[in-house]
Ligand binder design. Structure first.
Ligand SMILES: [Zn+2]
Length: 235
């Protein structure tokens, strides 16, 4: 099967959940665009954070590594390596940004999803082998049990209801599929400053642990400065 056919087979319409029958139309005739190699499956306007849009050009070289070492007490590359170490054959990265995670692991079908066209354009230029999909984390355009592994790093604490994204990641993972999540949580003084700066209301480590436990077996869980790190398995 060609990679295009495999992707078509894995996807579903984010509006009605029906099969994608051709590039890129569902059984009920909803059409989706492909521009510069980016599949656009966003069905309503979901805004990317304005601050993130502005730092896109320096995001992976400077912003994320510096920000993480200051706020998590760990290096960006060690966190990315540990997140990528459980990558399976088909991997989905939700809120992938420039797709930097894919430099650290191996997958055959590597899918990076984001709402920001700006970030996805960077991804496509730097990592043409990654399949770039613009879609909403709350309504993933994939069939159930499509992926061996998934990740969502530094993203879902920005959603109004993070549990919807967690539920969706669970749905698209195969049984025994692994997921790695890092989220900003209200652990300390740093995140109070960060959350005010970003205009976010943060949830607690226990909130995420509680939601994750509803869907997954939690393998690793720890606080890292302003962040929390979870590795979970679909049981
Ligand atoms: Zn449809």
């Amino acid at each position: 099967m060609s990679q295009d056919d495999e992707i078509i087979e894995m996807m579903r319409c984010p509006i009605d959940g029906t099969r994608i029958i051709t590039k890129w139309r569902c059984e009920n005739g909803h059409e989706f665009k492909e521009t510069y190699g980016i599949l656009d499956f966003l069905t309503e306007n979901v805004e990317s954070h304005e601050l993130l849009e502005r730092v896109a050009p320096i995001y992976e070289s400077l912003w994320a590594p510096l920000g993480l070492s200051l706020t998590a007490g760990t290096s960006y590359s060690s966190l990315m390596s540990s997140a990528a170490s459980s990558m399976g054959e088909r991997h989905l990265d939700v809120g992938t940004g420039t797709g930097k995670l894919f430099d650290y692991g191996k997958c055959r079908v590597c899918v990076g999803l984001d709402v920001s066209l700006r970030f996805l354009n960077y991804l496509k230029k730097k990592r043409p082998n990654v399949i770039a999909i613009r879609a909403d984390a709350k309504r993933l355009p994939f069939k159930d049990s499509s992926f061996d592994s998934a990740s969502s790093l530094f993203v879902i604490h920005m959603l109004d209801d993070p549990s919807l994204a967690i539920q969706e990641i669970h749905r698209v993972l195969k049984d025994k599929g692994r997921a790695v999540l890092t989220v900003m949580t209200d652990n300390n003084a740093i995140d109070k400053i960060l959350s005010r700066w970003w205009g976010l209301s943060l949830r607690s480590y226990d909130y995420y642990l509680g939601v994750l436990t509803r869907y997954f077996e939690v393998d690793k869980a720890r606080k890292m400065g302003a962040w929390s790190y979870f590795e979970v398995v679909k049981s």
